[in-house]
Design a protein around this ligand. Structure first.
Ligand SMILES: [Zn+2]
Length: 441
């Protein structure tokens, strides 16, 4: 399928442009791939094709580079002069970046992120303007599985400097710009400190590293290349829309990434849209890119922004409606509750109606009766238990044993006493008869 070419300034394209914008606004997990074209209006020229920057370098270091694009070619940084020219370029570029401001496109991307419609941005830009609008940029990409970075910097960043010896990272502050503009690279402060300590100890000196911008040049491999591939593979499983903005589709690595994303998005019946100031698509992109929109990115994002606002408005109205329905239902419920209370003479508070009083008395009487029955039952139960206990042979035996234990040992049983007494009386009588004397006791 051929790429449909639309022009932002052509009136014929307007209905289709609106439809494309509506589709982007409705997407839920949008992947955005950006190039130099989105930062131009912010004050950073497309240095790969910028004549101004290149002519300045050519004047100071003639014969070092043939074009602006060559400045980023690692293979050309071999001579002392070309390295000096490269450092000068880095110093000038950093000053441009410091004075640059985020564009309407950067703010649009942030809006998509805030509306939870952005999956991730893959940028070829090294200006770090995404961070200025509040997007999460993580150069280290330490977490791949749950990567927090909203922006993946495919070509590195000008916000950091890395030491060539100890590989420590430092912020690229403007104080370093003057050193770079002289065609030199600043020394690593960490290495210098370590060297001072070694000299004090009288040890052999080591080399001091130089700070270089963390920019990936053509021919260099990205130190986080593997992590980027893994993150992109994860994103491909979810993306439902791909928007390519401000890039001329020339870098092989980026082209491969776009093709992979385009196939994944088509599998989910999503659209692939390219926005660029000039016509850049060739037959190579047939079946991969659905629409090419010719015009500036800032102009195009305005169209999508209108659709986003429409969605926001519709959602807000729907929310309001559902809320009003909810409150109406609650009020209705309250009214019904009140009505029930009035109809029912017996509620929790108990209003003093005749019916209530009668009911209360009835309840009191029934309570009293209940108490009495309970009392009677209790008493009967206790009597029964006493009888049961008395009837129980084991309890009886225990009782006898206890009684025996209670009696003192020297005391004779009563029956024996009586018998003894009787015998004594009989003996006395017999003795009286024999002796005719009075009783002995
Ligand atoms: Zn160092």
């Amino acid at each position: 399928m051929e790429v449909v070419k639309l022009n932002l300034r052509s009136e014929k394209s307007t209905p289709l442009l609106r439809e494309v914008a509506r589709h982007v606004a409705r997407a839920k997990r949008c992947i955005i791939i950006t190039g130099a074209g989105i930062s131009c209006s912010g004050g950073i020229p497309d240095f790969s094709s910028s004549d101004g920057l290149y002519s300045m370098i050519r004047t100071q270091y003639p014969g070092t580079f043939r074009s602006g694009k060559d400045l980023f070619d690692a293979g050309l940084l071999r001579t002392h002069e070309s390295i000096k020219a490269f450092y000068l370029f880095m110093g000038v570029l950093k000053e441009l970046i410091v004075n640059a401001t985020p564009t309407a496109t950067h703010f649009f991307i942030k809006k998509l992120a805030d509306m939870k419609k952005l999956k991730r941005v893959y940028t070829q830009n090294i200006d770090n303007l995404e961070e200025l609008v509040g997007l999460e940029v993580d150069w280290q990409l330490e977490r791949v599985k749950h990567c927090q970075a909203q922006v993946v910097q495919l070509h590195g960043t000008m916000s950091k400097l890395r030491c060539s010896a100890c590989t420590n990272n430092y912020s690229f502050v403007t104080q370093y710009c003057d050193v770079f503009k002289q065609g030199e690279a600043p020394n690593c402060p960490g290495c210098e400190k370590r060297e001072d300590a070694r000299i004090e100890q009288g040890r052999r000196p080591h080399t001091i590293g130089q700070l270089k911008p963390t920019v990936i040049l053509y021919g260099d491999s990205h130190p986080k290349g593997l992590e980027i591939c893994q993150i992109a593979a994860q994103d491909q499983d979810k993306a439902d829309c791909l928007v390519i903005m401000g890039t001329s589709l020339r870098i092989p690595g980026v082209k491969a990434l776009i093709k992979d994303f385009a196939r994944a998005v088509h599998d989910r019946e999503g659209y692939v849209i390219l926005v660029n100031a000039t016509d850049v698509v060739t037959k190579e992109w047939n079946g991969l890119i659905d629409y090419q929109i010719e015009g500036t990115c800032d102009e195009w994002v305005k169209l999508v922004d209108i659709e986003l606002s429409n969605i926001e408005r519709t959602t807000a109205t729907r929310l309001l409606k559902s809320k009003s329905v909810e409150t109406n239902n609650k009020e209705q419920e309250k009214k019904e509750k009140k009505k029930r209370r009035v109809e029912e003479p017996l509620d929790k508070k108990g209003k003093k109606t005749k019916v209530n009083i009668v009911k209360r008395i009835e309840t009191k009487i029934s309570n009293k009766e209940l108490m009495e029955t309970r009392e009677r039952k209790k008493r009967r139960l206790s009597n029964e238990s006493v009888e049961k206990r008395e009837r129980n042979p084991r309890i009886l035996k225990d009782k006898i044993i206890k009684k025996k234990e209670r009696r003192p040992r020297n005391v004779k049983p009563i029956q024996a006493d009586i018998k003894e007494k009787k015998t004594r009386v009989a003996k006395n009588k017999l003795f009286e008869k024999k002796t005719k004397r009075g009783p002995l006791t």
